[in-house]
Write a protein that binds this ligand. Structure first.
Ligand code: NAP
Length: 305
């Protein structure tokens, strides 16, 4: 049996990942979209969220694919209207607003799922299992991609609340916080802000326990999404955004594709609904907030799409 779901914010990620994942899922029936400009062929479309909530009480779940800043108002309205809610990453523009949503969902007996798609990458669970009984000596993240490819013309990423290079970087942090056997905390950050922008385009982070990260949005050519962990009993490398696992240089688990992540998120949402649970883990976003709190600011070249 399928559950009706509505997608809100029909833009890049909704069309790239959410629509195909829902179409292939045995759990879900995409029953409406809500977007000011975007639509999905064949699916009833609303331009206004309040109208949708009033007209379609038969759709119990909404998945919010908007950028983080406008998302809170939609989540707030959805929960007040008794709908279960799925949030794209990062789950909000601030930590406090997500705590508010979590409390609202709990009070109303609704499911709130703050998704981290990179945690669903093929090799994350095997990496976590391998690290479980090891001592981590050092870990380094290299997350270098081309903002023009992944966020073409999306000025919101450089506006307050858009998080800049932490928009992809938080994916790496969602994996790090999932696989490390012992949590770490940020101790230093260097943030590069384009002269004409409000959010960083690159960041170098230092954490406790010899953990570090290099995020850069100016990478052209091959993209790099690697996490290397040195332990007392060998080296783990997670490549392709957590989809491929190498132990001591040998491919060990995973699949070289990102296409399993969103199907896994929707399967998880179906499980949460069945059990009446929520899943809201803000650990990755705490590191971003800490970097923006503690980070040294360097002004770099202006950036335009
Ligand atoms: P996007 O295409 O720029 O935005 C998605 C849609 O949200 C837009 O098409 C727009 O639809 C609606 N929207 C934008 N600003 C709005 C506002 N102020 N008020 C109401 N609606 C607004 O962004 P995206 O790339 O899909 O990213 C959305 C979220 O997905 C972000 O949190 C991002 O981190 C996450 N994500 C993105 C990617 C990626 O590769 N781009 C990958 C994974 C996760 P209408 O104009 O039709 O209303």
């Amino acid at each position: 049996m399928t559950t009706k779901i509505a997608l809100v914010g029909i833009g890049k990620i909704a069309l790239d990942q959410h629509v195909p994942a829902l179409a292939a899922s045995p759990d879900w029936d995409l029953a409406a979209t809500i977007s000011r400009h975007g639509q999905v062929p064949g699916i009833p479309a609303f331009a206004d969220f309040a109208t949708f909530l009033a007209d379609r009480p038969d759709i119990p779940v909404v998945s919010l694919c908007l950028p983080p800043v406008p998302r809170f108002d939609y989540a707030d309205a959805a929960l007040k209207a008794g709908r279960h809610v799925m949030l794209e990453k990062p789950p909000g523009a601030t930590l406090a607003e997500v705590h508010t949503l979590e409390a609202m969902a709990r009070e109303r007996g609704l499911t709130l799922f703050a998704t981290w798609h990179s945690r669903m990458a093929h090799a994350v669970a095997p990496a976590k299992a391998w690290l479980k009984d090891k001592t981590v000596r050092q870990a380094h993240i290299t997350w270098r991609e081309d903002v023009r490819k992944w966020h073409p013309g999306q000025d919101w990423v450089f506006q307050p609340g858009g998080m800049g290079v932490f928009d992809p970087g938080i994916n790496a942090l969602s994996i790090l916080t999932e696989i490390l056997p012992t949590p770490v905390h940020l101790t230093r950050a260097m943030l590069e802000f384009p002269a004409n922008r409000q959010t960083p385009i690159a960041a170098q982070l230092t954490f406790s326990n010899n953990v570090s990260a290099d995020f850069d949005w100016r990478q052209q050519g091959p993209q790099t999404w690697d996490i290397i962990v040195q332990t007392d009993r060998g080296q783990l490398a997670l490549r392709m955004g957590g989809n491929v696992l190498e132990i001591d240089g040998q491919p060990t688990a995973g699949e070289n594709t990102i296409m399993g992540e969103y199907p896994a998120l929707y399967a998880r949402m179906a499980d949460l609904l069945r059990t009446g649970a929520s899943d809201v883990d803000l650990a990755p976003m705490v590191h971003v907030a800490d970097a923006l709190t503690l980070g040294e600011r360097i002004t770099t070249d202006a950036f335009d799409f």
